[in-house]
Design a protein around this ligand. Sequence first.
Ligand code: FAQ
Length: 312
Amino acid sequence: MDDTAGQANFDALMAADSRVEPRDWMPEAYRRTLVRQISQHAHSEIIGMQPEANWITRAPSLRRKAILMAKVQDEAGHGLYLYSAAETLGTPRDEMMEALIAGKARYSSIFNYPAVSWADMGAIGWLVDGAAICNQVPLCRASYGPYARAMVRICKEESFHQRQGFEILLELSRGSAVQKQMAQDAVNRWYAPSLMMFGPPDDDSPNSLQSMAWNIKRFSNDELRSRFVGMMVEQVEVLGLTLPDDQIRFNEETKKWEHGPLDWNEFKDVLAGHGPCNAQRLERRRSAHDDGAWVREAAAAYAAKQQAAVAA
Ligand code: FAQ
C-alpha cells in the first residue's frame, strides 16, 4: 500500500473505531506515540516490582508471602506482554531495555517512592493498582490491537491485585490501634502520588489530544483522576480509614469528583530523576540486567546451536 492509500485506510479504521494491526500501514507519529506509551508502561511494570519485592521476605505470614510473590511475578508478566506488543511496532526489546537502564526512558512516577512499612503493600495494592485499573480498563479499547489485547489480561490480574491490597488494609484497620494507624499512614503517603499517576493536568498534557484523536487514550488525565477519586471515596469508608484530602467533593454541576491541589513541582522533580528512590530503582534494574547476562548468552548460544542443527 502506498502512503496515500495507507493513510486513507488508517483514517477509515479510526473513523470506524476499529483496530490497527501490526502489518497495517500507520502514520509514523502514531507508531512513535505507541512505542513511547507502551514501552513506558512496560518499564513501569518491571520497575514496579521493586517496592513490593523488597517486602517478600518480611511478609507477616506464609499466606501473605505466597500472595505477594504471585503479584510480583504477575507484574513481570505484564512487562513481558507489553514489551512484546511494542516489538510488533518494530522496536527491539534490547533497545527499550538499554534506554531504561541508561536512564533515558520514562516509567511511572509512583515507583520512585519508598515502601516503608507492611501497610504500604496494602496501600500500593489498593491505591496504585486501583489507579492502574482505572487508567487501563479504557486501554482495552485502544486502537492498536496487540496493546488492547495485552491490556485485557493485565486488567484482570490488576483487579486481583487491588483486592489483595484492600484486604491487607482492611485487616490492619480492624486490628490494634497501632495497626490501624499504620494503615492510615500508608494511605496518607500513597494518596497524592497515586493521583499523579494519571499524568499532568489536561491543560499541561501535550500528548492527550492527539492520543485521544487516535483512539489510544479514551479519556483525559483529569477525567480519569476524577473517576478514581470517586471510587476511592466509597471504598475508604468500608476500610474505616480516611483520605488525606479535605477538599474532595462531588460537583453536581459538572457531575465530577473534585480533589485538593496536587504538588505538580514534586511530580516534575520525580520525572526529572530527583524522586526519593529514582537512583536506587535504576541501580537495582542495572544490576539485575548485568546479573542476567549469562542467561541471555546461554539462550542465544542454544538458539544458534538449534539453528545450526536445522541447517546441517
Ligand atoms: N509518570 O502528555 P502526557 C502500574 C509523562 S502500571 C511518569 O499526559 P500521555 C501497574 C508522559 O510520558 C503504571 N511519566 O502523556 C503496577 C509524557 O512524557 P513523554 C503505568 C509520566 O502519554 C502496579 C509527559 O509526562 N501505567 O502501575 C506520568 O498522554 C503496582 C506528558 O504527559 C501506564 O503507563 C507519570 N505518572 O499520558 C505495577 C499506563 N504521567 O513520554 C507494579 C499507560 C505522564 O512525552 C505494582 N500510559 N508522564 O516524554 C498512559 O495511560 C499514559 O502514558 C499516561 C500519560 C496517562 C501515563
